[in-house]
Design a protein around this ligand. Structure first.
Ligand code: ATP
Ligand code: MG
Length: 564
């Protein structure tokens, strides 16, 4: 039995693996891999696969490991930048591949040899048709495919042709190598799939050594076998590729391992597109500010937004593994982020949309200090002192001149508690020429400190936060919201449209907030809770000493400021 931590419930993959371990398949070893193609930055969907594959290795230690393998078989779309970012992202999530960093391109010579072996066995042939012709002759689900006129080339001719393909004698598209399987198979992937194509392209690792490149469906199972992978776990769309995976493992001789493939449902999230191709499209079109724009569902984006690795891991554990496609609520991910940040984030007072309050009966020039706890969830976090004086800022939303029913914060003539200070009563609403409220003139009741209730006046129902005006810091805060207005932008766009038409124009609002002076020392990459407002993260790129820039990670709860 695997000794999975109690918190990891047994899904169908874990049950399968536990059974393999119990049966001493592969002498009880569990060797998994995370195999990204370096053609873009990783997204939150990849996190699911990373947590699964690396998680399985941890759960099955010591006879286990997880490889990071770059499936770098398409030089046209791949870049070193992506290779670096992927490693950074996996590490950030808290996983370690140790010595086990691999590249499919490291196996190009071996993969070539296996192809020659298939040719020699009469199981592969060089086809002079173009990819388009191959596609056109593949048949349909009801019609068998049409065999290529080149299907019965002799072994000798195939070997010669394949060697000439490698030697660069042909132009792109002039020849391909196909596995010879079954043109009438009900599984289209077995109708003589293309396994090599010509690409006169520079590869980020092999340079110009090759001008033929293996197809993913060919390179992937053989790379798994070469590395001794025991369980090759991928997403459902590869289910129909499994017979080809098995055909290759069965028909290539001399493989050190005999992996098998199983599929699980990919993560789909509401208000999110999850495809490197589409994310790249947004980056290229300048619709977002790069791959690590905090609105992006990329690992680098959510990292910069202030999501924590622990929260992403808990999220992946919570959603679990199924065999059926599903859609997960973005709200669940945000919930996991909040739960984690609640435990660790330093509390501060900050006002996003400041409204000035003058406490007319508080002595001019007097400044007192209020002691506040840094994190009620963490006694170790200590306390800090925050100034309080005659002029303050409160959140605009915490005042309503014409209150809606059940609004319990500040209203003309009403009373509210300033958190950890005292109660104030609003006597006068000052407006500018345009009729905009610019200042509230209030009085305070010194007898209401330390939670003491006002005497002879109605019960005070609301408590609000505040910042002392004279000491407040003006700080840039970026308020991020959902990137899309539609829960399923792809579906909403349909065949004709583009998901980009549902980009949320209000996904970024930049405000100058008033923050308590203690944040002046904040450096980039620190988590905060602005009390009653939300969780914020000092932008690691744009924060400067003494001038932090804050990204809103997530609001404090859904529906904040809806009048409670
Ligand atoms: P994309 O379509 O976004 O480019 P991909 O599947 O082409 O994704 P790869 O780099 O090939 O990207 O993926 C590496 C691994 O991550 C694969 O095993 C793949 O199954 C897995 N993966 C990709 N997207 C998801 C997802 N949304 N949920 C779970 N696993 C995923
Ligand atoms: Mg892919």
């Amino acid at each position: 039995m695997s000794d999975a931590p109690a918190s990891v419930s047994k899904d169908f993959i874990r049950e399968l693996i536990a059974a393999d371990v119990a049966a001493q398949r592969n002498e009880g070893w569990v060797i998994t891999r995370f195999p990204p193609e370096p053609n873009g930055y990783l997204h939150i969907g990849h996190a699911k696969s990373i947590c699964l594959n690396f998680g399985l290795a941890l759960e099955n230690a010591p006879k286990s490991r997880c490889h990071l393998r770059f499936d770098d078989t398409n030089p046209v779309k791949e870049e070193v930048e992506y290779v670096h970012s992927i490693q950074e992202d996996v590490k950030w999530l808290g996983f370690d591949w140790g010595q086990n960093l691999f590249y499919a391109s490291d196996y190009f010579e071996k993969l070539y040899g296996f192809a020659v072996q298939l040719i020699e066995k009469g199981l592969a042939y060089v086809d002079d048709q173009t990819l388009e012709q191959v596609r056109a002759h593949r048949g349909s689900l009801t019609q068998p495919g049409t065999p290529s006129p080149y299907r019965d080339r002799s072994v000798a001719e195939n070997k010669d042709m394949f060697a000439r393909m490698r030697a660069g004698e042909f132009r792109e598209g002039e020849r391909i190598l196909r596995a010879k399987i079954d043109m009438a198979s009900p599984n289209m992937n077995l109708r003589d799939p293309v396994i090599y194509r010509i690409l006169h392209a520079h590869h980020h690792r092999t340079g110009d050594a090759w001008c033929i490149y293996p197809m993913y469906d060919y390179a992937h199972p053989l790379s798994d076998a070469l590395e001794g992978i025991t369980h090759s776990l991928c997403t459902l769309e590869f289910e129909h590729h499994r017979p080809l995976y098995e055909w290759l493992i069965d028909n290539v001789d001399g493989l050190p391992g005999k992996p098998y493939q199983r599929e699980f449902a990919r993560l789909n999230l509401t208000y999110t597109v999850m495809s490197k191709r589409k994310l790249l499209e947004m980056v290229k079109a300048g619709l977002v500010n790069g791959w690590d724009d905090p609105r992006m569902p990329t690992i680098s984006g959510i990292r910069r937004r202030g999501y924590t690795p622990a929260s992403v891991r808990v999220f992946c554990e919570t959603i679990g593994l199924t065999k059926y496609p599903s859609l997960t609520e973005l709200a669940l991910l945000e919930h996991c982020v909040r739960e984690d940040l609640n435990k660790h984030a330093q509390r501060v007072y900050g006002v996003l949309r400041p409204l000035k309050v003058v406490i007319t009966n508080y002595p001019e020039g007097q400044v007192e200090e209020v002691e506040l706890v840094n994190n009620p969830e963490d006694p170790e976090a200590g306390k800090r002192r925050v100034p309080l004086s005659r002029e303050l800022y409160i959140e605009r939303d915490d005042f309503m001149e014409h209150p809606v029913p059940d609004f319990h914060r500040l209203v003309p003539g009403g009373e509210v508690r300033l958190k950890y200070a005292f109660c104030i009563i609003c006597h006068e609403v000052v407006k500018d020429a345009a009729g905009e409220v610019v200042e509230l003139r209030c009085t305070y009741d010194d007898a209401t400190r330390r939670g003491v209730k006002p005497v002879g006046r109605p019960k005070v129902k609301g408590t609000i936060h505040w910042v002392s005006a004279a000491q407040a810091l003006d700080v840039q805060v970026r308020l991020y919201d959902k990137l899309f207005t539609e829960a399923q932008p792809d579906e909403a766009a349909g065949e004709e449209g583009s998901f980009t038409q549902f980009l949320n124009p209000a996904s970024l609002e930049v405000v100058t907030a008033k923050l308590e002076p203690s944040v002046a020392s904040a450096s980039g990459g620190a988590h905060y809770q602005f009390e009653r407002v939300g969780y914020f993260y000092t932008d690691p790129k744009d924060s400067r000493p003494g001038a932090p820039v804050f990204n809103r990670t997530v609001a404090l709860k859904d529906g904040f400021a809806k009048g409670k």
